[in-house]
Design a protein around this ligand. Structure first.
Ligand code: ATP
Ligand code: MG
Length: 406
């Protein structure tokens, strides 16, 4: 039915040279996220997405487009020739194909190509009259129409469309630096990942698990989460899954139960910072949320942060739990997050996590552990690496088996 999809994007804050970069990144990401099934072309202020030869504009394609960050709205459109008869007959055909026979409409024409002889005002009026004649059960409502029929007469190309499907907006992935998301199997961290991707960040994920308890299912759950996230991501998504049991056991042996959760978190951050050096990640992201659980007090966040000098981003810090849950349902991670398999932290959760803990004390505990750094290095080297693209695992290997890591 449709010839191409018209993409609108927000230009706010992107002027001059930045705007060119924004547009070319967005076009590139559209092609990558749609697996090269389309071409993207820029016309003034819009991007046109054209399906390649054997491809069709269908629900799947529109759903994939909706997940490209940087897009404000999408409109499946039909190309028209620059003559009144063609515009009219294509609109009539479209109304028929969409099975519209009752309700109200309004025509809204926009003529940027002034060599086209009919002014927008007259196009609206004449097309409105001709549509009414063809479909006597329809009526015009200029304030709140059921169907807004848009016509754009542009220099490069002219088209008509009915729908304006709102998308997530944000910035094209790859325009905002690179970070690592500390991805647990919970509800929060996948949402945190999504939020930062939406701001244009490139991401990889790092998760800690505790073999041999439930590991196959835990890994499967973590991979399902990153598959979901990869649908919003134009590049290969790298997920590092680190066996954490040995570190957890030496922390447990310290017999300082109330500090063990924070000591574990510090160790996770050190390992993640080490990995970041290999992957050129500039910051770490967590799903932490102030005061949501006892371990996420400000004192504890300070104590945890002091384990690394990397910047830690906490995009969910000020959110209500319900807002996070709603978001996770919207992006499709919620149903996976509620699977029962536990990542490493829950399995070893101390009964009373310390709510006031001080780094000196924590450092002393860490010094008591024989070769903690060695254990952390070993954990990283034994990490499993999954490479995910457009919802599929395309490669997996052990961290230490590859020399160059992305
Ligand atoms: P989530 O829903 O993301 O698990 P939460 O509210 O349950 O968050 P915690 O379990 O205390 O909170 O974890 C706080 C943050 O620490 C997580 O959002 C995540 O970023 C990080 N984190 C915790 N456990 C792990 C893990 N096993 N692997 C990777 N990151 C983790
Ligand atoms: Mg959790």
């Amino acid at each position: 039915m449709y010839d191409f999809v018209v993409i609108k994007y927000s230009e706010i804050g992107t002027k001059g040279k930045n705007r060119k970069i924004f547009e070319s990144k967005l076009m590139n990401n559209i092609v990558l996220q749609l697996d090269h099934k389309v071409n993207a072309k820029k016309i003034y202020g819009r991007i046109i997405v054209l399906p390649k030869d054997d491809e069709k504009i269908n629900k799947n394609m529109l759903n994939s487009l909706k997940k490209v960050f940087g897009i404000k709205s999408i409109s499946p459109a039909i190309e028209v020739e620059k003559n009144y008869e063609d515009i009219k007959s294509k609109i009539i055909k479209l109304i028929r194909e969409k099975g519209i026979n009752t309700g109200t409409f309004k025509v809204e024409a926009r003529r940027t190509d002034k060599s086209f002889p009919i002014r927008s005002f007259d196009l609206n009026k004449n097309l409105g009259a001709d549509i009414l004649e063809e479909f006597p059960n329809l009526s015009v409502d200029v304030h709140n129409p059921d169907y807004l029929i848009r016509v754009e007469i542009r220099h490069e190309i002219s088209f008509v469309y009915f729908e304006n499907i709102e998308c997530f907006a944000g910035y094209p992935v790859g325009s905002g630096g690179k970070a690592s998301i500390m991805l647990s199997g919970g509800i929060d961290s996948p949402v945190a990942a999504w939020m930062m991707m939406k701001r244009g960040m490139k991401l990889n994920a790092i998760s800690f698990y505790s073999p041999p308890s439930n590991d196959e299912k835990t890994i499967m759950k973590l991979i399902e989460l990153s598959k979901k996230l990869s649908e919003f991501y134009p590049f290969k998504f790298y997920h590092y899954i680190i066996p954490f049991t040995k570190v957890q056991l030496v922390i447990k042996d310290l017999n300082v139960e109330s500090y063990s959760l924070i000591l574990q978190r510090r160790s996770m951050l050190r390992i993640a910072s080490k990995l970041a050096k290999h992957t050129n990640s500039q910051a770490l992201i967590t799903g932490e949320n102030l005061g949501q659980v006892a371990s996420q007090t400000l004192e504890n966040m300070i104590a945890i942060s002091e384990a690394t000098n990397m910047l830690i981003l906490r995009p969910l810090l000020g959110f209500e739990k319900l807002e996070i849950v709603n978001k996770s349902q919207e992006i499709g991670t919620y149903d996976i997050s509620i699977w029962p398999y536990k990542d490493s932290c829950v399995a070893f959760l101390p009964k009373n996590p310390a709510t006031k803990s001080y780094s000196d004390k924590l450092k002393k505990y860490e010094e008591r552990i024989n070769n903690l750094e060695g254990l952390e290095n070993e954990a990283l080297n034994r990490g499993l690496v999954y490479v995910i693209k457009n919802g599929k695992v395309i490669e997996s290997y052990i961290f230490s088996d590859k020399e160059v890591i992305e």
